[in-house]
Design a protein around this ligand. Structure first.
Ligand SMILES: N[C@@H](CCC(=O)N[C@@H](CS)C(=O)NCC(=O)O)C(=O)O
Length: 137
């Protein structure tokens, strides 16, 4: 079976990062497409018509949406390589607990970090514009 894997993503997204880590753990090669979330591609809208969000894993032209579902899918399809969860039920439950913890608590901090990063970029751009206009006169 052909194994064409495309990941629709946006580089700072913690949800996308989760999928990239799973694919890296499994050693899956894939085509990475960075989306402009202010101008979403036709492919993204077609592949995720419900939420219209990244990440979307397109495996042999079939879309899989929602990062945790994608990670589970990756683990099942490439089951022969580097299992993402322990085999015993109790450690599996613990691993799922921490995945849930990251989903509910850590993601918020990552968003805050990304927000501060873009705010900083914006301030630098404003400062540069200010300096270049004031030094002109
Ligand atoms: N629950 C989703 C969340 C995905 C999500 O929020 N993606 C954001 C980027 S980090 C997005 O695509 N936003 C675009 C929009 O809301 O229009 C997942 O786990 O995949």
């Amino acid at each position: 079976m052909a194994n064409e894997v495309v990941l629709l993503d946006f580089w700072p997204s913690p949800f996308g990062m989760r999928v990239r880590i799973a694919l890296a753990e499994k050693g899956v090669s894939y085509e990475y497409r960075d989306e402009d979330l202010r101008n979403k591609s036709e492919l993204l809208l077609k592949m995720n018509p419900v939420h219209k969000k990244i990440p979307v894993l397109v495996h042999n032209n079939k879309p899989i949406c929602e990062s945790l579902i994608i990670v589970q899918y990756v683990d099942e399809v490439w089951a022969d390589k580097a299992p993402l969860l322990p085999s015993e039920p109790y450690p599996r439950a613990q691993a799922r607990f921490w995945a849930d913890f990251v989903e509910k608590k850590v993601t918020l901090f990552l968003f805050l970090f990304i927000f501060v990063y873009f705010l900083h970029e914006f301030q630098c751009t404003c400062l540069n514009i200010y300096i270049s206009t004031t030094t002109l006169y």
